[in-house]
Structures are given as structure tokens and as C-alpha cells.
Design a protein. Sequence first.
Length: 279
Amino acid sequence: MHPDEPAEQQKTETAPVRRTIDPASAERRIGRHRAPEPARRGPLRSTPARVAVATGVTCCLGLIGVVGARETGQAHEPIRDALADRAAAAGEQRASRDFERTAPPVAVPVTPVPVATPSPTPTRKAPKKPVRPKHPRPVAGLDQRQMDNAKAIVDVGLAMKMPRRALVVAVATAMQESDLYNLASDVLPESFDYPHQGSGSDHDSIGLFQQRPSSGWGTVAEIMRPAYAARAFFTALKEVPGWTELSLTAAAQAVQVSAFPDAYAQHEQRATTVVAALV
């Protein structure tokens, strides 16, 4: 109110205004039929209060977000830099590619295939000399005992390095003297004490070559062994001058000094067959 206004007017304006009480409204305020009064609004139920509270909350949240963003931004700056570097590198790589660039070959594991190594060529060995059986098959009409005695003569001659001609001469001589049997002598009873294959009666002549102990060919026991008798014959043949140039009969006679010098020639062919079967 303005101070220049009169006092009456001020009192009139300040005097309380009396309201008439409506009977209906009075009835609502008293008694059991009193209507409930409308709920009074609190300080936050009015629209201006709500606006003020919301504005304050928004400001607080914004302040918290700014602080958090600063802290978070500081923590993630290295990550952002790394991502930016990777993006720039990827851009450069994409820019350097062209449409003609081929994909790099894919390494595929390959199972190594074993290379077949050529088998070594077997070296040819010299054929072994066939081993002759202990009892060779008889030839030229001989029996097994005769053939075994002929083999004993040939084996000794080969051991003494005698030529084939000497082998034929020795076998032919034994064919004529004893028919290739190891004979004892009826005149020399001692000869029966040793292995023998028959007997003769021509003085003290014994064995395959009918050599006489009394003539210095050896003891009875020695001459009755076919191997010894053959060695004694080859040793004597080697002492005959030029025996290789002599006929079979002449060579045999030079050793044996027989009363029938021409009889050896008839056995030359058979003796050659026997030696060929044994050598």
C-alpha cells in the first residue's frame, strides 16, 4: 500500500472479510457425514518445487559425469591412441593393395614320399668249384671200390701238383697191376693184417701198384695204404728223365720195371675217362 493513501482506506483493506457459511459445507465439516478434506500438497508436490529439484539433480549428475569423463578419458588415452594407429595402418595397407595382387600361397603340409633307393647290384662271385662226393659215381665199368681207389690216386696227384697226364699214367698202371683193388699177398701173411680187398701171389708184391717191400718201396703197413702207394709212384715218375715226352707204356714201365711192359697201353682210354670224371 502506498504511504500517501489515507488511513481509512488502509483500514478498509486490512479488515478481515467474513464469509458466510454454507449450510451444506458446514454439514460436510461436522458430524459423521463429514467429507474428507482434500490432501494437502507437500513442498515437493507442487510443480515449481519439482522443477527445482529436477534441475538440481541434473546439475549434480552432469558434474559427476564431467569428472568421470575426465578420469576415464585419461585412463583410456593409450588405448585410443593404439586404436587410431591401427586404423591408420589399416588404411595405408588398403590403399597399397591393387586388384592384380595375388593371394600368398598357403603352406600345405606335404608328406614326403620316400625315394626308392636302387638296390645295390650284387657282385658276381666266382662260381665255387663243385665239391665232389666222397664216393664218386663209378664210370668206365668200375665198381664202387675201384672208383674210390682211383679217386685216392687222383687226389694225391693233385696235391703234388702233378699234370693230368701223370694222373692218367698212374690210374692205368693200377688197372694193370691190381685191377684197382688194394691186394694183400699170400706170400706175405703180414699184409692180411691191414685193410685189403683181395690177395695175390706174385712174390711179396702188395697194394694197388703191387710194390714190393723187399725192393725198398716201404713197409708193409705203408704200402697197404692207397694214399702212400700213390705218392710213392708219383715220386718215382718225377725222377724219370723226360717222362712227359714218353708214351704211357714207356712211362709206366720206367717206374714199375714189369715183365710185361706193353700191357699198360690197353688201359689208357679207360684211365682217361676215369680221370675226367674225378677232376
